[in-house]
Design a protein around this ligand. Structure first.
Ligand code: ADP
Length: 750
């Protein structure tokens, strides 16, 4: 090999080595650069990790702090719980009542000293002891007085109670006469909390109260008896005063004497009202007043009260109007006496506190929620002095009266509304009032009463030929009542400016004339109608302003206040008159002569005897009053001075009617009646009506009296009208009329 080759070979080798070196350098460079990148990455990661470690450290530090805090709090809380628990138990220990907690297996968790009193010293009595074992210990140690039960029975009943889901409280008596009321409640997790309350004081107090109440009740009974007696004692002499005044008023008297007599009568009657009010209130207070339901006619009841109060209203120049809804039945079961009392008081007050305008009594039916009961609303509206707003809530209280100068001129006890409210409430009703001072008041009450028979109130027209009537009445209240009564019968009321315009139009079947129309008197309107429509029947509806309707010569008349039946009767006559042709004058004359020639007595005078009347009455004044009251009547009257004499006279005199006083010496009225009833049944005699005339005003007396066999009941003071009515009602047939002059020329009784 030559040099040049060698050199070329070396150069090639060197070049290859240089390329390799260069390549290695490049690779090294790349490797270095990757290393650098990696080193940078690592360094970054190190920085991040460092930061993370730092963060974690700081969190750890915070947690450590918090942990400290929590631990502290926990320690504090534990201390607090311990303190609270200690305090709670300290408190529970200090109370005299027992307290214990049992777990779900009825083992004692904890109890205060009072709960385990009597068991101290017994080692096993500690937390963990079972309720059953406690019962055993309590009964065996004689801590509890098991009464009539055996110890085993007592434990069994106590355990039964303990195991029931709702544990009823139970009172146990201890050996030392203490009473413990056990009140146990289920708590969470099946625990039972048990309280043992010492109620010895309460029981002692209760028994003292019972004794007090017994004493009070017996005092109350004594008070009631005293009131009954007082009522009798006051009413008997009052009977003499009012009765004698009544008789004296019938004798010839000077005007001055008449005034004195009227004053005596009114004062006596006012005193009786006051006595009755006080009696009633005392009875309500003593819970002695009872509601005595019986079948009665509500409309008749109201009608009688309105008739009774009408003269007072007339004296004052005010209208007293009654509107008893046509669709409302009249027969109900209720206490008629008490309902009468309620109505008398409310209507009486309305009349008393009204000097101008009207008193309107409305009775209507409201929808009832209870089947079988009618919901009746009675409203008594007046246009009187009214009641100041601030007084309204007080007037139903006892002895409360509105005290102002307008009011105090009125008499009264201030008990009426209190009694009325109580009576209504006792009947399950409610009373309320709306009033405006100076304008008037409206008292309303609801009563739920059972209607007694299947009454079908009148609806639709009951008279085929009566469909409309012309109504001449200025007073809007009257006019509205008449229209409301006629509408349900299908009779429309038409109003025309005058009788002649009505006659020209001739659209109605008949005319109704009230008290006054367009300032003209009813008399004038009647005249006008007879001139322009003589063929049309006219119904004259009288009121306090008119003279008696019959006195005006109207053919069909009714007087306010009227009942449905009064209106029906009048309408029936009108309906008949419309369907019957008018009689000729000569027919009328013949009929009149026939009436004149009718014999004056239909009963043959020779055969008749006078009615025999026995009055059993021990009080001589009352005998005299009675005698005077019947002196003009044709009756045979005998007096018995006591019950024994009444029995004797029953046998020898055979009375047709007996008036029987109740309180009499030797044999009282009830006993005498029982004997008479026995005599009647033994001798198969006819039943003799016996009417109690008594000063007893208590409701329970009525029952007892009727139970004794008396037929009717009438309270003193005696009223001539009542006695006469009773005699008239019970005068047997074939006996001389009590109003007739005697055939034998004998003077009537007394
Ligand atoms: P009094 O026997 O005084 O009438 P009440 O208990 O019946 O007793 O009434 C109590 C009071 O209520 C009355 O004194 C009167 O002030 C007021 N009052 C009752 N009814 C009315 C009425 N219709 N108009 C105005 N005031 C009345």
């Amino acid at each position: 090999m030559n040099i040049a080759n060698k050199l070329a070979q070396e150069r090639r080798a060197r070049l290859a080595a240089e390329r390799l070196l260069e390549q290695r350098q490049t690779e090294l460079f790349h490797a270095n650069s990757r290393l650098g990148d990696h080193a940078r990455l690592l360094s970054n990661q190190i920085v991040e990790k460092r930061q993370e470690v730092k963060d974690v450290r700081s969190v750890a530090a915070t947690l450590k702090n918090e942990n400290h805090q929590v631990l502290n709090d926990l320690r504090n809380a534990e201390t607090k719980v311990e303190v609270a628990e200690r305090r709670l138990w300290d408190s529970i220990e200090t109370i005299q009542d027992g307290f214990a907690v049992f777990d779900k297996d009825s083992n004692l968790v904890s109890a205060n000293f009072a709960y385990l009193a009597g068991l101290d010293g017994i080692e096993e009595v500690q937390p963990g002891i079972s309720y059953a074992r406690l019962l055993e210990l309590i009964s065996e140690e004689g801590i509890v007085d098991v009464g009539n039960e055996t110890r085993a029975e007592w434990r069994e009943s106590m355990l039964d109670r303990w195991q029931s889901p709702e544990i009823e409280p139970r009172t146990v008596k201890l050996w030392n006469k203490q009473f413990i009321k056990l009140v146990d409640r289920r708590a969470e997790a099946g625990d039972t909390v048990s309280l043992a309350l010492n109620i010895t004081e309460t029981i002692r107090y209760e028994s003292e109260l019972k004794e007090e109440r017994r004493r009070a009740e017996s005092a109350n009974r004594a008070k009631s008896a005293f009131l009954a007696n007082m009522s009798h004692e006051i009413r008997t002499p009052m009977n003499g005063v009012v009765g004698m005044a009544d008789i004296l008023a019938d004798t010839p008297l000077s005007e001055e004497q008449k005034l004195y007599i009227e004053t005596i009568k009114h004062s006596g009657e006012a005193l009786l009202v006051i006595i009755n009010d006080i009696l009633d209130y005392s009875k309500i207070e003593a819970e002695k007043l009872t509601i005595q339901p019986e079948p009665f006619d509500l409309e008749q009841n109201l009608f009688e009260i309105a008739t009774l109060l009408l003269p007072s209203a007339q004296d004052k120049g005010i209208d007293l109007v009654v509107d008893y809804a046509r669709n409302l039945p009249t027969q109900f079961s209720g206490d008629p006496g008490r309902i009468r009392q309620i109505l008398t008081n409310l209507i009486g007050n309305a009349v008393k506190f009204t000097s101008d305008g009207h008193v309107l009594v409305e009775v209507k039916e409201l929808p009832s929620e209870q089947t079988g009961l009618m919901n009746i609303q009675v409203s008594i509206e007046d246009t009187g002095i009214g009641i100041p707003e601030e007084m309204i809530e007080f007037i139903f209280g006892e002895f409360n009266q509105v005290e102002d100068e307008r009011n105090r001129k009125f008499e009264g006890t201030g008990l009426g509304l209190a009694i009325t409210k109580k009576l209504i409430e006792m009947m399950g009703g409610r009373i309320w009032v709306s009033s405006e001072q100076g304008k008037g008041s409206c008292f309303n009450f609801h009563l739920q009463l059972p209607a007694t028979s299947d009454q079908s109130p009148i609806e639709g027209s009951t008279f085929d030929n009566l469909h409309s009537a012309y109504l001449f009445e200025d007073d809007q209240t009257f006019a509205a009542v008449i229209a409301s009564q006629l509408a349900p019968m299908g009779i429309e009321t038409l109003v025309r400016p005058s009788a002649s315009s009505a006659a020209t139009e001739n659209a109605a079947d008949f005319y109704i004339v009230g008290t006054q129309f367009q300032g003209r008197s009813s008399e004038k309107i009647l005249q006008k109608i007879s001139q322009c429509a003589p063929e049309k029947p006219v119904l004259l509806v009288g009121s306090r302003k008119s003279t008696s309707p019959t006195a005006l010569g109207a053919e069909h008349t009714i007087q306010h206040p009227f009942r449905h039946q009064d209106l029906d009767t009048a309408l029936a006559c009108i309906s008949k008159a419309l369907s019957t042709p008018n009689p000729t004058r000569s027919e009328i004359e013949v009929a009149e002569t026939e009436i004149e020639n009718l014999p004056s007595q239909t009963i043959p005078q020779e055969a008749a005897r006078r009615m025999r009347v026995l009055a059993a009455e021990d009080n001589k004044t009352n005998q005299l009053v009675f005698k005077k009251m019947v002196k003009n009547l044709s009756i045979d009257l005998k007096f018995a001075n006591n019950g024994q004499e009444a029995i004797e006279l029953f046998k020898s005199f055979s009375p047709d009617l007996i008036f029987m006083d109740i309180s009499m010496p030797i044999v009282d009225g009830k006993e005498a009646t029982r004997t008479i009833r026995k005599l009647e049944s033994q001798g198969h005699l006819e039943h003799t009506t016996i009417i109690a005339l008594t000063a007893h005003a208590m409701a329970q007396d009525k029952d007892e009296i009727l139970k004794a066999g008396l037929d009717e009941y009438s309270t003193k003071p005696l009223r001539k009208s009542v006695i006469t009515e009773k005699l008239e009602n019970h005068c047997p047939t074939g006996v001389l009329d009590i109003f007739s002059t005697c055939s034998d020329g004998a003077t009537p009784t007394a």
